[in-house]
Design a protein around this ligand. Structure first.
Ligand code: 5GP
Length: 206
């Protein structure tokens, strides 16, 4: 039976809570592998190289692009972010469902390269709440918050290219809902061609 993992992209406006949902998924369930991205942005207080991100200089990042080490990369509010290829490939092969927490340009590039990628978009219940969350977490200055809100306007235009919209109203419910969506995908007929062929072959023997 088909054992390969599902590549899942989780995107959402900055401040939507997608990072918290992803952390909850990783903590609660065993079958996920979270891809750690490379970025040229500076670490925030409490962030560690190799945990939240691989923090790179612009030069190092350009080398990764040149050596074809990234599945995709994108520029977001004056910094580069990209998904290292090797980890994703090996985890999918081993049967893990791999989570990429990436913005929309990268998500669409991944979908183009791997059409069976599952695209999930996380949003807070209202845009007023989005602004409050961004201001409340206190990790960005007001100029960066403005840039991120402007960016949200652009990102909203791409939501209809996603497969599922997840409204982050209650965190615990959201984590379970996200898990259920991903696990249901394993049953999709188009993801089970090998199993279907096997069923047909076995039936021929009767
Ligand atoms: P932050 O600076 O808040 O950690 O991330 C900014 C944005 O970059 C978020 O929307 C995040 O999902 C996205 N991001 C993180 N890693 C990647 C990546 O590897 N590729 C792309 N395209 N976006 C990423």
């Amino acid at each position: 039976m088909n054992k390969k993992g599902i590549l899942t992209v989780i995107s959402g406006f900055s401040g939507a809570g997608k990072g918290t949902i992803v952390k909850g998924l990783m903590k609660r369930y065993q079958n996920y592998a979270l891809s750690i991205s490379a970025t040229t942005r500076n670490p925030r207080a409490g962030e560690t190289h190799g945990v939240e991100y691989f923090f790179k200089t612009k030069e190092e990042f350009m080398d990764m692009i040149e050596q074809d080490q990234l599945i995709e990369y994108a520029e977001y509010v004056e910094n580069f972010y990209g998904t290292p290829k090797a980890y994703v490939d090996s985890q999918l092969e081993s049967g893990k469902d791999v989570i990429l927490e990436i913005e929309i340009q990268g998500a669409l590039k991944v979908k183009e390269k791997f059409p069976d990628t599952l695209l999930l978009f996380v949003t807070p219940p209202s845009m007023q709440e989005l602004k409050q969350r961004l201001v409340g977490r206190g990790t960005e200055d007001s100029k960066t918050i403005d840039c991120r809100l402007k960016r949200a306007v652009l990102e909203a235009e791409g939501i209809d290219q996603y497969d599922y919209l997840i409204i982050n109203d209650d965190l615990e419910e959201c984590i379970v809902r996200t898990h259920n969506i991903i696990q249901s995908e394993h049953c999709r007929v188009s993801r089970n061609n090998c199993n279907i062929e096997q069923i047909k072959e076995e039936l021929k023997k009767f």
